[in-house]
Design a protein around this ligand. Structure first.
Ligand SMILES: [Zn+2]
Length: 269
């Protein structure tokens, strides 16, 4: 038995029996970790406010080899991200990001890069910066790259020509082809030029900043959402019809007048 201290974001926290909680963390050092926090229930319980989903914590675990569930011995709150919870859109998209991480990262080693991206996007939501759905796209595009399924959409994979007029995106190859270079073999989907352009912008390193500047149409948003989900599903063989994502995207079907809480601030305003 040994002690391990981790910097982590809480993906999920469920009550267990009378007094405990089972908590799923994504940590910088060890990737996904599941722990049991004993005596963590009730207002006066240990860890009473530290083990809520979406919070960033420093946890110490008592590790036993060959066990899936480790024991949480200490937990300090590093960042509560309290403002996210007050915004329906941002809260829904943050939950969707955490759910996606929990679903796809089990088989992977830890990724400091993914952890930093997770923190950057949570911080953008916390400050009310950037379009909530575009931030989610940024996360999915970069996650696909980190898992080894990067999207290549800056030019046609066949003739290196422009994709301004749209084309087809191949899931197996992660590449797009222009109308002249059809057909792409295997599973593919038609894409508009504007969707390709959006994915290019958001896939760059400064993707979080691009999520501030761009204002794509609803049609482009829908096409991008479907393409990214299908791309991740194709490569991970995982059903990504996630509850939080369904809810978040259903909110986007309302327009801004119906849901005035949708707030987007520019950088530095
Ligand atoms: Zn071409």
């Amino acid at each position: 038995m040994s002690l391990l201290t981790l910097d982590a974001v809480i993906l999920r926290s469920q009550y267990y029996r009378e007094t405990s909680r089972i908590v799923t963390f994504y940590s910088r050092e060890k990737g996904l970790v599941k722990g049991i926090a004993k005596g963590a229930r009730g207002k006066k319980g240990r860890f009473s406010s530290t083990l809520e989903p979406m919070q960033r914590v420093r946890i110490t675990l008592s590790i036993r080899e060959n066990r899936d569930l480790q024991t949480v011995t200490e937990a300090d709150l590093l960042h509560p991200y309290a403002s996210i919870r007050e915004d329906l859109f941002r809260s829904a998209y943050s939950q969707a990001m955490l759910e996606l991480t929990g679903r796809l990262m089990w088989q992977e080693h830890s990724s400091g890069e993914l952890y930093d991206l997770l923190l950057n996007i949570l911080q953008a939501h916390e400050e009310g910066v950037g379009d909530p759905q575009l931030l989610n796209f940024v996360f999915q595009i970069h996650m696909a790259g980190l898992l080894g399924y990067a999207l290549h959409t800056s030019e046609c994979a066949g003739c290196a020509g422009s994709l301004d007029g749209g084309g087809k995106f191949s899931f197996p190859r992660g590449e797009a082809c222009c109308g002249l270079c059809y057909p792409v073999e295997g599973a593919a989907v038609s894409v508009q030029g504007a969707t390709v352009e959006l994915i290019n912008h958001l896939g760059r390193a400064e993707g979080v900043a691009a999520a501030v500047a761009l204002t794509p149409s609803q049609a482009v948003r829908r096409e991008t959402a479907v393409l990214l989900r299908r791309h991740l599903e194709y490569h991970t063989e995982t059903d990504l019809n996630l509850r939080a994502l369904r809810f978040a995207e259903s909110l986007d079907d309302y327009n801004d007048e119906k849901l005035p809480s949708r707030s987007v601030k520019g950088v530095g305003k």
